[in-house]
Design a binder for this molecule. Structure first.
Ligand SMILES: [Zn+2]
Length: 66
């Protein structure tokens, strides 16, 4: 197996440490990246922020009775 380069930082990463990320981009495509653990964590963090620019919707007008 050839060495795998991280798409995030360009560093070569061992196969066992590589991560392949597949996701829908704007619902029209799939983006695949091979990331080292560090970049993978950064990517997830950024992804969650971008996909959730607004706080979770609040529930109004509904009374929950315990
Ligand atoms: Zn990296």
């Amino acid at each position: 197996m050839a060495d795998v380069s991280c798409d995030g930082c360009g560093e070569e990463v061992a196969d066992t440490l590589s991560r392949t990320v597949s996701l829908s981009v704007d619902g029209s495509g799939v983006d695949s990246q091979t990331l080292c653990p560090g970049c993978f964590a950064d990517w997830i963090d950024r992804y969650e922020r971008e996909m959730r620019p607004e706080p979770a919707p609040t529930v109004e007008g509904i009374d929950f009775v315990e």
